[in-house]
Write a protein that binds this ligand. Sequence first.
Ligand SMILES: Nc1nc2c(ncn2[C@@H]2O[C@H](COP(=O)(O)OP(=O)(O)OP(=O)(O)O)[C@@H](O)[C@H]2O)c(=O)[nH]1
Length: 788
Amino acid sequence: MNASRQEQEMQQRVFADKCQRLHTHLVGTKSLLREIGEYNRSKWPVHYPLGRIAQAMTTSNSSGLRRTNSMLMSSDSTLVGEVGPTPMRRAMTVEDVPSSSSSSDSDADAERLLDANDLSVLKLDLRVSYHGDSDVIGSLEESSIARLFDERLMQCEAHIDKLIARVTDKSSKILVTGDLNAGKSTLVNALLRRDILPFDQQPCTMLFCEVVDASLNGDVEEIHGISDISAYSQKDPRTYTRVSLPDLEDVVMENSEQFQQLKIYTRDVRSDGASLLHNGSVDVALIDSPGLNRDSLKTTQLFARQEEIDVVVFVVNAENHFTLSGQDFLVSAGNEKAHIFIVVNRFDAIRRKDRCERMILDQIRELSPLTYAERSDLVHFVSAHEQLAAERSGTQGAESFSRMEKSLRSFALEQRFKSKLAPAQRYAMNVLGDVQYLAAENVAAATKRIQEINALLRESMPRYETLLHERTDTTRQAEAALDDGCAEVRRHTAAHLTNTTRHLQDVAEKVAYPGLLSLWTYAESVLLAMVRHLEHEVSECDRFACFTIQHARADLARLEDHRRSLDDGESKDAASSWSCGDDDASTSSSLTASQLAPIGSISNALDTVQLELSDFVDFDIAHNWAALTSVSTAVTLLASKSMASNALTLLRLSSTMGPHTARRLMVASAALIGLGSVFYVLSDMDATVRRKLSARLELMLDEEGFVHHHAERLTTEASRAIRPFVWHLQHTFQRMVEAEEHRRADHLRRRHVAQDSQIYFDELRIKAHSLANLVRAVGNADAANGPF
Ligand SMILES: Nc1nc2c(ncn2[C@@H]2O[C@H](COP(=O)(O)OP(=O)(O)OP(=O)(O)O)[C@@H](O)[C@H]2O)c(=O)[nH]1
């Protein structure tokens, strides 16, 4: 007895140590998930292998196979068929998919390291996004996947929280379920050695009845009818309705008050060593459930899946074997709990017991291979009815029942790890296995992305260098076209107008002289002709400027064409906006001086020029002297020809005539010369007007800087007309370069993120691997102390 006690204490210590270690590793696993979630949200949307899921769905649809409610359910054989050999081992959970069907994935995506179907816990349920078109999944955005993945991580964290609570929890729950009328209530009563739960030949249990030791209720035997189990507190009477023992049968059979569950606090007078409810180490709860049928199957499956359920006792009616509902339940519960404790009841009613035993075991082998593997401990053929009858009569019960009871105690108590810690360990292993899978996938994805980006950067480098070079070269050429054009306009205008002002008199000479009497009109015509000529010549300069502008624009258009040939479509807007300018350039053949800024008055001074008297009188001494010289010469010549001899004669005569006569002769000669001069001046009046007016205009234009003004005006106009094209060209080139630089910067940023992620996921894989080893070691250490 002492040895057994010591052994029990030893087991308790080992179990406590395991709980502690598993607790630590679960906390570690949870913080790893949190870290991944953070990384997924802020740095790198976790790459999730989608290709095969879409493929599987397409196959599923085309073959007409029905999918189960969840991709995580094991019965999804369509997905299973797609699962190839998995490179990493992992434990099984409810979310595992047994690969029972043949693999035909020879055409598997060679690029994929992994398959989403290889994931268990972190597998995403993408059916919500699936509408019969596999492309929908293919086109799921990275961000949507990341969000779904984030949600999944949070669900896992919440689940781990429950597992942590479970690992530290000292209670253990045993769910008794099975087909209708299999004898579940009778079995619970037999285990308690009391007729507490009602039993009947007809289906009678309508709700879950949890039987616990009265010590948990202040040692008071009570029945609580609970309407909302999540709000239930045994200390708060508002959360339950007390049910009296005599009413229990009605409540269980009718459940007219629609309780969710009954909690039955009962006293087990047996010793710790014999009692299942109070056994010295854990508080056990036995839960009787409604018989399985199509209506209750789902509820019971959900109930059994609760983390608090450590053991599922499946009661089979030896007379009926497994019903379809029972088979369904066993498969799904087997995936959750791995091992199911099976009690084949009503064995007393079987005549050919061997045959029945063989047939039922064959079925178990199919339905729950793990349970079958440990059938000597986990499968029992009993008669609960006989056990109760023996109890009532005070006789010894059947050996088979006490063996079953011992195994159940062993399963629930001595091997608590298997029923209580193993699911948590298995879940953590699966999570960590999935993390390793996804980490490897993401390392591969990051590596691939780095390679792709490197290739892109390499490919785009020559283009970038060309752009830089072309931008400098083209900008220089465009500036040169502008400068040359402006310089040409300035040079031409200055030279042309200077020449024009110097030769205004030539223009005047073309005006017909109507005679002395119309001298004033003549002067006006001369002035007008010169002004018109000036206007004409200014317009000529304008036309030349237009021509030069066209020429420069044509040069720039050629440069723009060249730029567009380098454009890969990123700056089409820019191109289209140039095309407007280009249209201008193309229609520039029709560019006229009127398209330049209006000339206005060609000269301020010309607007106000008036004829003056001085325009008709030449006070120019030099010029007059020359004229007089010419007149005197003419007179001299005249004298020399007609009167020279007479003059000499006069001189000679004066000596003979006397001085008075000679003086009169001299006066006459002078008068003759004066008359000649006046005649000459009057006859040269038109030339005087032309000369005077042209000189005055030239002086006036010089003073007001006529030539400089127009040279500057047209240079400015030319610059104004050409520069926008230069700017446009520079701007579009700049945008092209910036777009390229932006692309390159984006590539570099993405590469940096990918490099960081590559390191992060590689480290994560190692971290998850070591943590998985530690979690596994929790079970391994037990191997020295127990069968697990
Ligand atoms: N012969 C025989 N009859 C049994 C045995 N166990 C239970 N019964 C009878 O089978 C009938 C059903 O028993 P219950 O315990 O009510 O069965 P149950 O599975 O709880 O029924 P539901 O909860 O309604 O599904 C009752 O009449 C029991 O007396 C057994 O071991 N042998």
